[in-house]
Ligand binder design. Sequence first.
Ligand code: TMP
Ligand code: ASP
Length: 244
Amino acid sequence: MSADQKLYEGKAKILYSTDDPEVLLTRFKDDATAFNAQKRGSIRGKGEINCAISTHLFRLLEARGIQTHFIDRPAPTEMRVRAVKIVPLEVVVRNIAAGSLCHQTGLPLGMVLPKPLVEFYYKNDSLGDPLLTRDRLLLLELATPDQVDQLNAKALQINEILSDFFQQCGITLVDFKLEFGLDSAQTLLLADEISPDTCRLWDQSASDPRQRVLDKDRFRHDLGNVETAYQQVLERVLAQTVEV
Ligand code: TMP
Ligand code: ASP
């Protein structure tokens, strides 16, 4: 795979152009950040692990009829993806109260929500990725009303597929963040990645709340054994085959 020019370097990935303008190459990095990059570090092997997990989950979603930007994985830390214009929204789906939902509402950590909650955050580092209302999102013209409805429906559909899948892995999908992009035909494709960086994943076999965490919260809150947790998720995900 001949990677051309570096187009963009994010906190966890680098994006390169390729010979084909419709195709980009993503390289997953070991670098880790949290709290809008106020905390920085590195998780050994993360690039390869997140690339492998994302590949598996994108294949699963494609097999279930969700259109994604995924093409293939030409190298352990590399993913070829369809070029899309990223919608500047972080679409978060929550099944269980954790993280900012607890901080901002006072709901207790671990409370099972009566139904999945879909939230939209403005993907804007200088503003600190604020939570948006539907009206604010439309005011800023970040998406059309039809796109907001589509994003909401797709997020819930993806939640059902991923929750069932992780259940088979003995893992509870607490919450996760998605990003979407528009291709040249203006079709919304699931983009970015799905990995322990972007999901909260709790091990169902662990009784201690600190031990159950298998995601980036181990890095955010200095819980230790970050690499082992990511490796655990990879092994359990790969043990589940995806029928395409
Ligand atoms: P939050 O509880 O901090 O709002 O996070 C909700 C979910 O979104 C959680 O699974 C982690 C993920 N997330 C990201 O992927 N990127 C981010 O920048 C943030 C803040 C959260
Ligand atoms: N990815 C975000 C950052 O660095 C936040 C997070 O995942 O906690 O800054």
